[in-house]
Each structure stands twice: as C-alpha cells, then as structure tokens.
Design a protein around this ligand. Structure first.
Ligand code: C2E
Ligand code: CA
Ligand code: CA
Ligand code: CA
Length: 277
C-alpha cells in the first residue's frame, strides 16, 4: 500500500510537470502566433430579447487553422499567466474596432471587447483604448469593455489604477460591463464603487431543460431587480433555446447572447447577416 501511495505521488508530480511543460510550449507557440498574425477575431451577437434585434457584437479571440484549433479556455489562461494577454488584448481590440466601425455606422451595432485585469493594470491602458477608437473611427459610445470581478483582487494601488482607467474612459463615453456576474468570490459591495453600466449574467444561472427550476428563476429575478435598482442594464449569456429566451425575457432580462441566436462567427458573416436582416 505504501509503494502504491508513493507511486501516486510520483505520478501526480509527473502530471504537474507535464502540464507545466505543455503550458510553456503553448506560451511559446502563442507568442509566435501573435507575431505572425495567426490569431483572429470572431463575433457573437447580443440580442434584444423583446425585438430580436442585434444590438451588440462581442469580440472573441480565435486561434485556429483548417487543420486544428486551440480553445480560448486553454490559450486565454496561458496568455494571462505569461503576460501575453496584454498584446493579445490589444490585437483583438484594434482588429475589432476596425471591423465594427461599418456595422456601427450603418446599423448602430455596438462592440463589446473582453479586457483582462492585466491590461487594466497597465499605466497606458486608457491611451491604448483611445488610440484604437481614434485610429478606427469608432465612437466611444459604440464600445463596451467587459471586465470581471478579478479586477478587484490585488493591492489597493492596483485597484485604484483600474478604477481610474475605467472612470476616465466612461467620462469619454465608453461603456463598462461586469462579465460572468455572480461566479466570482467577491462580495456585492463593489457595485457601490466600480464604474459600470451593465451586468452580464453568467450562463450558470440560465434555467436548463424542461424542469421548472424555482431556484434558478429566483436567482435571475433577483439579479435583474438588483440591476434595475442600480440603473444597470442586463445581458444574459448561454441562451440556447427559444424557451430559454422567452423565460429570460419574462424574468426581465434586457439582452441575451447564445447559440440560439448565433455562435461566434467571422466578421464577414456578421456583415452579411446585418445586411440581410
Ligand atoms: P466569455 O467572455 O464569457 O465569452 C462567452 C463564451 O461563451 C464564449 O466562449 C462563447 O463562445 C460561449 N458561448 C456563447 N454562447 C453560448 C451558448 O449558448 N452556450 C454555451 N455553452 N456557450 C456559449 P469562447 O469564445 O470559447 O471564450 C471563452 C472565454 O475566453 C470568454 O468567456 C472570455 O473569458 C475569454 N476570451 C475570449 N476572447 C478573449 C479576449 O479577446 N480577451 C480576453 N481577455 N478574454 C477572452
Ligand atoms: Ca465576455
Ligand atoms: Ca461572460
Ligand atoms: Ca461566462
């Protein structure tokens, strides 16, 4: 039994080492991909649950070719750990602003971009956003930054930097959304101080299946009430069926996003859909 125990320890250790090596290789390949323009940006519509109109598109990073692809759930954490997320984020931001400028001009569609806490802690973050807007011609009002509760961890000076950036950008007209709401470990106290416009309700709260789920309904309703009281908009993620869209609208959510409306698609498909809508 003792020997087996030690084997298990060794194999756990080996697994960890293998994972570290895999991660290190992934980071090298990701750095290479960024340098050689091998990343792309897909877009997923965010839809008005009452009218089915596309009001926003969310930019999502993609790393794929005809032969293979790496999921964002793998390469985004690797990018966060290595710091590459800062240049990856700037790439996505600039590409997305260029793609979205026509959609906004012709259809009023807004753009949502995910922003990592590492980007928000960079001293020139607000400048990076401002120059992406100026260079593309996208008006500040057309851009929404999606941040997560992780911006609240870390030292007070780091938090102050993040809040200063967000405050400055909001004064310029940029919108801020709190992403994956309710899945972090922070208290709700931050809602008093963090400058935000929208709450994105995580898909973990979306009622699934045929069963009438009282608890999920109660949670979504409470989040919607909270958002209303704070004068914040709501977006709900992971809408996969027309039944879910109907229920979420009845529960008071403003906007929805999910496979029922569209998967994330390349820019050309967004252009075509907006054209023929
Ligand atoms: P997220 O910001 O919560 O993005 C929504 C994710 O849910 C996307 O996964 C999207 O494809 C997926 N999704 C959308 N509708 C549905 C649905 O109806 N059902 C289900 N099961 N899933 C749905 P994706 O594209 O794999 O991205 C995963 C995460 O990676 C994102 O989660 C975001 O946290 C991160 N990410 C992606 N692109 C970027 C980026 O440019 N910068 C940063 N910082 N993070 C990014
Ligand atoms: Ca997001
Ligand atoms: Ca989300
Ligand atoms: Ca989520």
């Amino acid at each position: 039994a003792k020997a087996a125990g030690r084997d298990q320890v060794v194999s756990y250790d080996t697994q960890l080492r293998t994972r570290h090596l895999a991660q290190a290789r992934m980071v090298d390949r990701l750095r290479d991909a960024l340098e050689h323009d091998q990343l792309s940006v897909f877009y997923q519509p965010v839809v008005d649950l009452a009218s089915d109109r596309w009001v926003t598109v969310e930019a999502l990073a993609r790393w794929e070719t005809e032969e293979w692809s790496v999921s964002p759930d793998q390469f985004i954490p690797a990018a966060e750990d290595s710091g590459l997320i800062v240049s990856l984020g700037t790439f996505v931001l600039r590409q997305a602003c260029r793609d979205a400028v026509v959609w906004h001009r012709e259809h009023g569609t807004r753009l949502a971009v995910n922003v990592s806490v590492h980007q928000l802690r960079e001293p020139d973050f607000a400048n990076t956003i401002r120059s992406a807007l100026t260079d593309s011609g996208l008006p500040p009002r057309a851009l929404s930054l999606e941040i997560t509760e992780s911006v609240l961890v870390g030292a007070g000076t780091q938090r102050a930097q993040v809040i200063a950036h967000l405050t400055e950008l909001r004064e310029a007209g940029v919108l801020v959304a709190i992403d994956d709401f309710g899945t972090g470990f922070s208290s709700l106290a931050y809602l008093q101080t963090l400058p935000i416009d929208t709450i994105k309700i995580d898909r973990a709260f979306v009622p699934y299946g045929e069963a009438y789920d009282r608890r999920q309904f109660a949670l979504v309703r409470a989040i919607v009430q909270l958002a209303r009281g704070l004068r914040l908009g709501t977006v709900v993620e992971g809408v996969e069926t027309p039944q879910q869209a109907r229920i979420l609208r009845l529960l008071g959510c403003d906007l929805g996003q999910g496979y029922y409306y569209s998967k994330p698609v390349p820019a050309a498909e967004i252009s075509a859909s907006l054209e023929f809508a």
